[in-house]
Write a protein that binds this ligand. Structure first.
Ligand SMILES: C[S@@+](CC[C@H](N)C(=O)[O-])C[C@H]1O[C@@H](n2cnc3c(N)ncnc32)[C@H](O)[C@@H]1O
Length: 456
């Protein structure tokens, strides 16, 4: 691989004897990986692929998965480069926490965080770039989250809305991307000697806003996919010096991870607690991760949280649908309507009228004239709910994702909306009337599911 000359000179100087092995790794094949969603069923096709586990993640495996496969579309697997999985593992939120993923699209780390929150607490997942936020929305929906709010904001605006609010914040920072040169050689075209320093300026701005949003005792996880010391050790050295209330916490180094390098910053030995991932030392691309705890003492403000906002006729239709679909009360969601769309907003979410919200919570469905139509997102988030379910075959699934009505061998006992499941994975709603299943797979997602396209 042809690396920029200045990049070679820089890392020859920094790495010394290790430089040859480091450069040789750029000519090795890229290591693929995938995570399974622990809140969903494991299908036989997944089982067959789960042969090469990743030491540092109970839900991670080496190997490739297909983005058009049932398992991917139903949110049971997520394709993720193995090194990137260390970030979610280090961040690993506890149940019921309030978590912010500040730089989130397309959602690799967000879906990892959701795996650990298991529908509890609140995940505010933010992407500043309006073009990238749609992919984040799709991945959160597929993962079946009922506890996520998606925002499209700058860190500064978020900091005004969430002072001292979060238990845990992940900053997977926009960076010079040197660690991805092997996987995505196009990333090299943006690189110049000055690029890491430019990225570092932006990272300092992001971190300056981030610290305002942590509650005392909260954790900050900072990661990049670059080798550049300016954006890694030097960024952490700057943070510790500027905000003495932060302390680094040690990251366990497994599977070839190594201590970060104090000598690449101000020599502070504490920096060793952070981790570096080098492709010549482990099966994955380049990354840097640091975990910090915030020892500040300022008492956070109590923010007013969201409330139900249903009109009486909407409440009536919703209650009818709840009965037919055997839906729980969703006491941890506030029911809110935007136009004719019903959303369940996680109850921990503060009122935030001034923010650009891409999705305020889980989309529960649509109010039609005299009825309520449940949403695709609700079906995908129903793994742990006791909704009426109807198991369908792979062939029926192929017909369903193509948007067609299909027939059952035997008529259903009770007509109505049902979550269709294939290999125990919810795939969307159908409306069963006798032997016929009417199609409610979203029009925009329909596709021709040929075998070669959809094999995991
Ligand atoms: C490394 S990527 C995030 C990858 C993501 N965490 C994942 O795992 O899929 C960094 C993200 O930061 C966003 N970003 C760029 N400038 C930003 C800024 N000033 N503040 C916050 N985010 C920014 C980019 O649009 C990009 O999506």
């Amino acid at each position: 691989m042809k690396l920029p000359a200045a990049f070679i000179t820089k890392y020859q100087q920094l790495l010394g004897d290790e430089a040859d092995a480091f450069f040789a790794a750029f000519d090795e094949p890229v290591e693929k990986g995938f995570r399974i969603n622990p809140n969903k069923a494991v299908t036989p096709a997944m089982q067959a692929k789960m042969t090469d586990p990743i030491a540092y993640s109970k839900i991670g495996y080496y190997g490739k998965v297909n983005g058009n496969a049932l398992e991917h579309l139903a949110g049971a697997v997520y394709s993720q480069e193995p090194s990137a999985m260390t970030v979610g593992e280090v961040a690993r939120p506890a149940l019921n926490e309030r978590v912010l993923d500040l730089c989130a699209a397309p959602g690799g780390k967000t879906t990892h965080l959701l795996s650990y929150l298991q529908q509890t607490g609140l995940l505010v997942t933010n992407e500043i770039n309006p073009k990238r936020v749609t992919a984040l929305g799709d991945n959160v929906e597929r993962y079946g989250a009922r506890n996520a709010v998606i925002t499209n904001e700058s860190p500064a605006h978020l900091a005004k809305a969430f002072p001292g609010f979060f238990d845990r914040i992940l900053v997977d920072a926009p960076c010079s991307g040197e660690g991805m040169f092997r996987k995505d050689p196009d990333a090299m075209q943006y690189w110049s000697t000055d690029y890491p320093a430019e990225c570092a300026t932006r990272q300092r701005e992001i971190l300056t806003e981030t610290v305002k949003m942590l509650r005392p005792g909260g954790h900050l996880i900072y990661s990049t996919c670059t080798f550049a010391p300016e954006e890694d050790e030097q960024m952490m050295a700057w943070l510790l010096e500027t905000y003495p209330e932060f302390e680094l916490e040690p990251i366990e180094k497994v599977a070839g991870m190594v201590d970060a390098k104090p000598e690449w910053a101000d020599g502070n030995p504490e920096l060793k607690k952070a981790a570096r991932l080098f492709p010549h030392l482990m099966r994955g691309e380049g990354h840097f991760i640091a975990k910090l705890v915030y020892r500040g003492t300022t008492k956070p403000k109590n923010l007013r949280t969201v409330r139900d906002e249903l009109k009486p006729d909407q409440r009536k239709l919703w209650e009818q649908a709840q009965k037919q679909l055997q839906l729980p009360n969703f006491n941890d969601l506030a029911l809110q309507v935007h136009g004719d769309q019903l959303y369940g907003v996680p109850e921990l979410m503060p009122m935030t009228r001034k923010l650009k919200v891409f999705r305020s919570g889980i989309h529960l469905g649509t109010f039609k004239k005299k009825r309520f139509e449940p949403s695709y997102a609700l079906a995908l988030a129903s793994d742990d709910l006791d909704l009426p379910k109807l198991a369908i075959t792979h062939d029926q699934w192929a017909t369903y994702v193509h948007g067609e009505t299909f027939d059952l061998d035997v008529a259903v006992a009770t007509n109505g909306f049902m979550v269709l499941t294939c290999d125990d994975l919810p795939v969307g709603f159908g409306k069963a009337v006798g032997r016929t299943v009417k199609n409610f797979f979203p029009k925009g997602l329909r596709f021709l599911a040929t075998d070669d396209k959809t094999v995991l």
